[in-house]
Design a protein around this ligand. Structure first.
Ligand code: 2U9
Length: 344
């Protein structure tokens, strides 16, 4: 027994001496392995416990544990001190190197419909049209009445509307009320404006229709503006937007605020006119509505329709984005799904 106590005492003394001599963390770790490791000195002593009398074993085990605990504590203390010294030395030596390359930041980008909306606006700006913004919450008067869509007129069925709890206040169903604002602001000067913005319709959400979507509408008012100006201007837009060689065609249509009214198609972007699933085998894609501003609407804007005339048009950037990128479901636009958005 006293032999064992002697061996433990000298083990502890040797470990303390080695620790005092250890000048870095790896030297301390080597001390741990040497004395406390599985093949270390303490393990060797403990294997000798088997040779003791059964009565002596508990006391011997206790002694060995006490030595082990003290040596472990000493190792921890020495290690902590050396780590602190090493850190202080590193801080002093390793100054901030501002020439190192920075951490790359994950860049966001514009929503696909914003990208197309901006391209459309840029083309119209290049053609001399000024961007005119107006409110999303509108009056019944501007959204409908002044656009020649009186209450109870069957044409109102073309726009399913979100009404607010305030009588006569609604979410605009098109950007057209902004054109009344523009006319009333600028008359009797001539106008060339485009109106990009969000519109709202109380509709079933399906692959083809959403309750919110953008529109870009345009308006030109002046003296001697004719249907020829409308056609030439819109053809020029289509060539800038879809390519200089694209065929376009106009079809007669109906809108309450224009007379005559038309829709413009471009040669199918997918098949080039030979017929495919996207253009329903027609070879044509409808991209906008247009017409000569109805005299009553000109009058509501403050212009004398016997002197002034104008043309107007409207298009849906989401629809155009879908055609350009072959997106087959409009719900992707406001679905906030990164798997969709990160493709653009
Ligand atoms: C005023 C005078 C005339 C704007 C027009 C259209 C035809 C049209 C739709 C196309 C796709 C909207 O996004 S869409 O669903 N627009 O077809 N818009 S003429 O005419 C106006 C507007 C205001 C004072």
């Amino acid at each position: 027994m006293s032999d064992l106590a002697q061996a433990l005492a000298s083990l502890e003394a040797a470990a303390q001496a080695d620790l005092a001599a250890a000048l870095d963390v790896s030297a301390v770790d080597a001390v741990r392995v040497r004395y406390l490791g599985r093949k270390g000195s303490l393990a060797a002593i403990l294997r000798g416990l088997g040779g003791l009398d059964a009565a002596e074993r508990p006391l011997a085990g206790k002694l060995a544990n006490e030595v082990k605990t003290r040596v472990e504590a000493a190792i921890g203390t020495r290690r902590g001190a050396l780590v602190a010294v090493a850190q202080a030395a590193a801080l002093a030596a390793e100054r901030l190197d501002v020439t190192l390359p920075g951490q790359p930041v994950a860049m966001g980008r514009l929503h696909p419909s914003t990208q197309v909306l901006r391209r459309i606006c840029q083309i119209w700006a290049n053609m001399g049209f000024q961007i005119y913004r107006s409110r999303d919450v509108e009056s019944d008067e501007l959204n409908f009445e002044l656009l020649n869509i009186p209450a109870h007129h069957p044409a109102r069925d073309m726009w399913d509307t979100f009404y607010t709890e305030t009588e006569g206040v609604l979410l605009r169903t098109h950007t057209s009320p902004g054109q009344i604002h523009a006319m009333r602001e600028f008359h009797p000067e001539p106008i060339r404006v485009i109106l990009p913005g969000m519109c709202y319709r109380y509709e079933q959400i399906t692959a083809r229709s959403e309750i919110q979507f953008h529109q870009v509408e345009g308006l030109a008012v002046g003296r001697h503006i004719t249907m020829t100006d409308l056609k030439g201007t819109l053809i020029s837009f289509a060539h800038r937007m879809f390519g200089a060689n694209r065929q376009v065609r106009f079809r007669a249509s109906y809108f309450p605020f224009t007379e005559p009214s038309a829709e413009m198609d471009v040669e199918c972007l997918i098949c080039g006119g030979s017929g495919c699933g996207i253009c329903k085998q027609s070879g044509w894609l409808e991209i906008l509505g247009c017409g000569m501003v109805h005299p009553r609407v000109l009058q509501n804007g403050g212009y004398d329709p016997s002197v002034f005339s104008g043309f107007a048009f409207g298009m849906g950037p989401e629809r155009i984005t879908m055609l350009l990128h072959r997106i087959d479901d409009i719900r992707f636009f406001w679905g906030n799904d990164l798997r969709f958005l990160e493709q653009f």
